[in-house]
Ligand binder design. Structure first.
Ligand code: UDP
Length: 243
């Protein structure tokens, strides 16, 4: 039975990072297909206006908070979330877990060359990681068919989809069944970080729950998207308290 806490109608699994990794390992071995979503407050807000995105999040097999704002919001919910489980960190942990097993991974998304560069850097870190394929995230309908055929042929255990949210969640929902992947995870801009093109916030920022602030000062073009954060906080205070 899943232990879920609802934040503005998005059901989050009350799991620590270690527990999320364990659950993903169960997914790898149970013979079914699963998808994992890692929404941040921006995506929770987007789902308020996008019924399809909300449905996709509600049907996901695991939903973990990629954002300290979601962890904060859970204080006003049934169960308080213990920690942030960022998509980037979860995939790194999974790489470490599967590197010495027969499990494989496919990198789909990012600008041309990024997935390949990410793959090369990850192979340096996890020598036995089996990356069976990859493709950039810019495609037309024709190209998409080829990408799908390639993913199917490669049959990765884990399909990482980095098309940005919510495009990646919708893509996974529409196409997972056409692939042989056991787990699909929407990973946003993680390939850019894995490739070394974008720096993650220093540990001290992450520890203090200020990764969003670091991203704002290093990628100022994100400010518009971040304007959703205060709106998220206000909506949580208004709606969640009433329960
Ligand atoms: N991207 C892509 N295809 C698209 C749009 C975006 O592959 O059609 C990639 C882009 O190159 C980047 C990632 O998706 O690597 C989006 O990163 P961002 O940090 O914006 O992710 P988010 O915060 O939306 O999860």
């Amino acid at each position: 039975m899943r232990k879920l806490t609802q934040i503005l109608d998005v059901p989050f699994d009350a799991l620590t990072m270690d527990e999320a990794v364990e659950k993903a390992k169960v997914f790898l071995g149970d013979g079914k297909q699963h998808y994992i979503c890692t929404p941040n407050p921006e995506i929770v807000m987007e789902a308020q206006q996008d019924a399809r995105l909300m449905e996709i999040l509600r049907k996901a097999d695991m939903v973990v908070p990629d954002g300290i704002g979601v962890v904060w919001a859970s204080r006003y919910s049934e169960i308080v979330l213990k920690e942030r489980v960022a998509g980037y960190d979860l995939t790194q942990r999974l790489f470490a877990e599967i590197a010495d097993t027969p499990h494989t991974v496919y990198f789909f998304g990012g600008a041309p060359g990024v997935a390949a560069a990410a793959g090369r850097r990850m192979k340096k870190q996890y020598a036995n990681l089996k990356i069976v394929g990859g493709h950039n995230g810019y495609f037309d309908e024709e190209e998409e068919k080829k990408i799908l055929a390639d993913i199917k042929k490669c049959a990765p255990s884990i399909l990482l989809v980095g098309l940005g949210a919510p495009k990646q969640e919708k893509w996974i929902y529409d196409h997972l069944a056409e692939t042989e992947a056991k787990i699909a995870i929407g990973v946003g801009g993680s390939f850019d970080v894995m490739a070394g093109n974008v720096k993650r916030a220093p540990k001290v920022f992450r520890k203090l729950g200020l990764e969003w602030f670091f991203r704002l000062i290093t990628q100022p073009t994100r400010w518009k998207r971040m304007m959703r954060l205060p709106k998220f906080a206000l909506t949580v205070l208004k709606k969640q308290k009433r329960r």
